[in-house]
Write a protein that binds this ligand. Sequence first.
Ligand code: FPP
Length: 257
Amino acid sequence: MLKKIQEWRGKETSKSSFSKEELMQHQIPEHIAVIMDGNGRWAKKRALPRVAGHHEGMKTVRKITKSANSLGVKVLTMYAFSTENWKRPKLEVDFLMKLPEEFLGTFLPELMEENVQVRLMGNKSDLPAHTLRAVENAMEKTKDNTGLILNFALNYGGRDEILRAVKNAATDIQDNKLSMEQLSEEVFSTYLFSNQLPDPDLLIRTSGEIRLSNFMLWQLAYAEFYFTDVLWPDFDENHLFEAINSYQQRGRRFGGI
Ligand code: FPP
């Protein structure tokens, strides 16, 4: 099905291998958002438990962070756990909640070396204390880093984010801290979890699913979408380069002509 979309678009180049130098001759997306899908299917294909797919997916996060940073991408937002993912079996939820600790426990020195800044986007209050502690510790340690911002969407839901932003803005209006006239799109954006971050230019979703799954509903208004059949644990630097090349072929008009 994805092949059909690409044929229909008729714009994608048939080339599938790109060098960093080639890509850097054109506009590199400032912010890439990723829906990391297909971990379960990756594991199933190998007769492994689903969590083995998540563990492999964690290693992909490291590789893609490095590649994106070396291309000069400013923000990489990774959808690691949605507000709907609590419905999964407890064993899987517990495993997913331990991954940030393992990831940061293992790779924090490398992230420091690479000047990467860690951030968190989502509803913190329902996260287990150990998960929050690990991420907040990494945020504190990396806060002065000036390279890529690695933004984890954890217990994140787009509708939840918009609803709480509406409530907080309404409270500020009630308390006379904000007037109705001041509430512009720009001001409203500051009430979102993504406050201060530019909107994503490119959204990548792996594993062949073609939907947004409640991800960054406000911020993706003008993003270019890239869908690939590749499962997240198999996604590598060359796949990232393909996605960026596809982005570079698009004519972004932001509603203009
Ligand atoms: C969706 O695949 C993936 C998730 C719900 C979790 C994504 C998490 C990671 C890739 C690891 C994150 C790493 C860190 C450092 C926090 P799925 O399980 O729905 O796959 P399926 O559709 O094939 O079953």
